[in-house]
Every structure is written in structure tokens, then in C-alpha cells.
Design a protein around this ligand. Structure first.
Ligand code: SAM
Length: 264
């Protein structure tokens, strides 16, 4: 199994559950799996998004694919309520061997980690029914803008993205998904942007999201230290800068992810 930016420790698994709660209001309003019966979720992690999907679509059955057995073990706990509406496959998404057909696919914050995302898009095609609905939500890290300028956060963020690239991931994959889907032969590709443009008009949102961002940034810290990209002091500097943004009277926190829908 390839190295993975965030790791698999229990704290990280809980962070994924919390993240789904914090960002859910931005992710789900647009997504539409109405009428779908069998959904394939790639990079399903601990089942944090799966839980939402199963609750939003009571007739849906979900097949969760993740290459980490420890994520799947945690997902089995998360999704115990769904009984046989959910099944789990421990597989690398770049080498899919699925014995089923699906009418829908959901991928969230996973293609960014996979060295050959095009291969995943190719790999799922044979198991899709005609007119399948695909919804992907992925990062676009170059969209991040904050004010005031703070070197601790800037340097940490650059190192975080560099670390992800060094593992074969793509921190800007959201921006490139349109072309990837087109090249892989998908149709009716539509792109949407979602995210934050926060300032002191909404101080509580600003505080909540800067706190969330700290956790996201910190989730890669042990790998970044091992890779020689940061030292412990850089974590503290990043956290202090995010605290500064949350209270600065001229604070701006802007980030956009990309959502994409398509069919086959
Ligand atoms: C950031 S987590 C997102 C999990 C879930 N989609 C969510 O939003 O909560 C990314 C997941 O992708 C999985 N993953 C990364 N590379 C993979 C690969 N090549 N094949 C299958 N799963 C992979 C990781 O194990 C991890 O569980």
C-alpha cells in the first residue's frame, strides 16, 4: 500500500468523521443520486460520507472501496446501522477488480491522494451501467488565500502541498478533473465550485473553519517531519497564525474545492 498523506491513526479517523460534519453543508446540497440503487464509493475511508449518503438516500446500497483495512474496520463500526445496505472491499483503486455493476459513483477527497487518478476513472468504467451518475468532490489547494499575510501558515501550507506531491498526490486535482474525465470518455461533465469566503462579517464561521483547518494541516505533520519538510516549531507557528486570522479585524479566509458531475 502506498504512503498516505494523513495516515491511519485513530485521531485521524475521528478527524475524518468530524470533517464530514463540518463540511457536509457545503458538499451535499448539489449532489443528486435520486433514483439510484447501487452506488460505488472509492476511497470511502471510515465511512463518514457513506453515512450521510445512506441516510439521504434510504433506497441506496453502497459498495465502499478503500485500500486500508484499518479504515474499512472503522467504517464497519460507523455504518453498522445500515446492515446489508453496505459492503466493503479492500482494494487499491488503481487496480480495481469489481464483480458488480453500479448506477452511481461517489468520490470525495480521495483522488487527490492517488498517483494515477486517470487510471481510477478508466478502472470504474467497466462496472458502470448506462447513464450512471457520478459525483466527485476534490481539493483545489492553489485557491487558498488568507489575510493578513502570515509566514508561518504560508510556509507550512507550501510544505504540506509539497509533501502531498512527493507522495504522488495532486493538491490541485479538482481544477484538473474536467480534463481527466473528458479524456477518460465521460459525458455531460459539469463543474461547480464550493468552499469558503470568510471574514469578520461571520466571526463564528471564521473561528470554526480556522480551527478545522488547523486539524487538517496537522494531520500531515508527522509525515512532514519524517520527510524533513518541517520541524515541531513550524506546527506551532501555523497554529498561531490560524488563531491570528480568526481574530484579526481584516481577516479573510478563502478556499474553493471543486465538485464535478458526469455520466457515461
Ligand atoms: C481523505 S480520506 C477521505 C475519506 C472519505 N472519502 C471522506 O471524505 O471521509 C482518503 C481515503 O482514500 C483512501 N485511499 C487513498 N489512496 C487510495 C487508493 N489508491 N485506493 C483506495 N483507497 C485509497 C485512504 O485510505 C483514505 O481512506
Amino acid at each position: 500500500m502506498a504512503a498516505y498523506l494523513h495516515g491511519f491513526i485513530p485521531e485521524e479517523q475521528q478527524r475524518l468523521m468530524d470533517q464530514a460534519g463540518v463540511l457536509g453543508y457545503l458538499i451535499y446540497p448539489r449532489i443528486d443520486f435520486a433514483g439510484c440503487k447501487k452506488l460505488l464509493e472509492i476511497g470511502s475511508g471510515v465511512g463518514a460520507q457513506t453515512e450521510t449518503l445512506l441516510r439521504l438516500y434510504p433506497d441506496l446500497e453502497v459498495t465502499c472501496v478503500d485500500f486500508s483495512q484499518s479504515q474499512i474496520d472503522r467504517a464497519k463500526q460507523t455504518l453498522a446501522f445500515a446492515g446489508d445496505r453496505v459492503r466493503f472491499i479492500c482494494q487499491d483503486a488503481t487496480q480495481l477488480e469489481l464483480d458488480d455493476k453500479f448506477d452511481s459513483v461517489f468520490i470525495c477527497w480521495a483522488l487527490e491522494h492517488i498517483p494515477d487518478a486517470y487510471r481510477v476513472l478508466e478502472g470504474i468504467k467497466p462496472c458502470l451501467l448506462p447513464n450512471s451518475k457520478l459525483w466527485f468532490t476534490e481539493v483545489f489547494n492553489s485557491s487558498f488565500y488568507f489575510n493578513p499575510p502570515l509566514p508561518g501558515l504560508s510556509k507550512y501550507y507550501d510544505a504540506y502541498n509539497e509533501f502531498q506531491r512527493s507522495l504522488g498526490g495532486d493538491p490541485d486535482i479538482g481544477a484538473n478533473l474536467g480534463n481527466l474525465l473528458l479524456r477518460a470518455g465521460y459525458k455531460q461533465i459539469k463543474l461547480f465550485h464550493g468552499g469558503f469566503h470568510l471574514d469578520q462579517r461571520n466571526p463564528e464561521d471564521l473561528r470554526r473553519i480556522t480551527q478545522y483547518w488547523k486539524g487538517l494541516m496537522k494531520s500531515a505533520s508527522s509525515g512532514m517531519i519524517d520527510a524533513g519538510l518541517i520541524i515541531e516549531d513550524h506546527i506551532l507557528a501555523m497554529e498561531m497564525d490560524l488563531d491570528t486570522i480568526s481574530i484579526d479585524e481584516n481577516a479573510v479566509f478563502f478556499y474553493h474545492f471543486v465538485q464535478i458531475s458526469a455520466t457515461i
